[in-house]
Design a binder for this molecule. Structure first.
Ligand code: AMP
Length: 273
């Protein structure tokens, strides 16, 4: 992988990179298409990164289908699909980690301690191997975007960060590899994430600016189905991820909700005139 990248770079070809954990869906392929229009060569990776999962999380049952992924990635313009093994990525004596500090403490970081340390470590390694000019991440993982943005700045990576919009199912559910875990009833119940965001957006459009009021309204919608358990619903600054009492242009509304045993996340950014 690294030698290919050196060769492309020597020919002044622009490398656009899309890291994923596989089990691809239209959210992933949309990022590959964005990569295609931002570079000469699209490199995508599939690596289910063990160090970003806590021991009780779903590493072992994370869905995988490499044959299908290869076809989808190719159709979406991926030239090289980089699929390293765990052994190649982590030497048995591996002991170097990247930790972005403050903005990994809240939101998903609160219930998943160590998760972002695993993400930034693997993304740093992938950046070093793939040597991209730009990298495309999905807005679906809003905190991940903020954390990677910070890492790129703080560690002087000469990589342009491009953020792709959230791709949704026709009924609004944000696409996620983890949607495969949902039963038919849970799949229906999972719509409360999107519905609560849409309701919040309407409240704000109609003039509501108080974060606490909006969060309380979102909680009501999420709690209206039996299978849901709120991990967090928060209104924060989109860059610093610090909580905001009042909503303004660019504010991030983010939530994580268990539907049955499956933890789902979704978010939206408020646009005000
Ligand atoms: P994952 O395979 O879940 O680690 O995701 C790989 C990349 O795809 C990340 O940058 C995600 O934010 C992005 N992604 C996942 N789901 C979506 C979606 N529904 N829409 C847009 N991007 C997504």
């Amino acid at each position: 992988m690294s030698e290919l990248s050196d060769e492309w770079r020597s020919k002044e070809l622009r490398i656009a990179f899309v890291p994923t954990m596989g089990y691809l869906h239209a959210g992933h392929t949309s990022l590959m298409q964005i990569a295609q229009s931002n570079g000469d060569i699209v490199v995508s990776s599939i690596f289910v990164n063990p160090i970003q999962f806590a021991p009780h999380e779903d590493l072992d049952k994370y869905p995988r289908d490499l044959a299908r992924d290869q076809k989808m990635a190719e159709q979406a313009g991926t030239v090289v699909l980089f699929v390293p093994s765990e052994k190649e990525m982590y030497h048995q004596d591996f002991q170097t980690f990247i930790n972005v500090e403050e903005i990994t403490r809240g939101l998903c970081g609160r219930s998943r301690p160590g998760h972002f340390r695993g993400v930034t470590t693997v993304v740093a390694k992938l950046f070093n191997i793939v040597k991209p000019h730009c990298a495309v991440f999905g807005q679906k993982d809003a905190q991940q975007v903020a954390v990677i943005r910070m890492m790129i700045r703080d560690l002087n990576y000469a990589i342009e960060l491009i953020v792709g919009p959230i791709v949704r199912e026709p009924d609004g559910l944000a696409m996620s590899s983890r949607n495969a875990y949902l039963s038919a009833q849970e799949r229906q119940d999972a719509l409360v994430l999107f519905k609560s965001l849409e309701h919040a957006r309407k409240l704000v459009q109609n003039g509501e600016r108080n974060s606490h009021v909006v969060v309380a309204e979102m909680e009501k919608i999420v709690n209206s189905v039996d299978s849901s358990r709120i991990d967090y619903i928060e209104i924060v600054d989109n860059r610093t991820l610090l909580p905001l009492d009042s909503i303004h242009d660019g504010t991030l509304l983010a939530l994580a909700v268990y539907i049955g045993k499956t933890r789902l996340i979704d978010n939206c950014i408020i646009n005000l005139p």
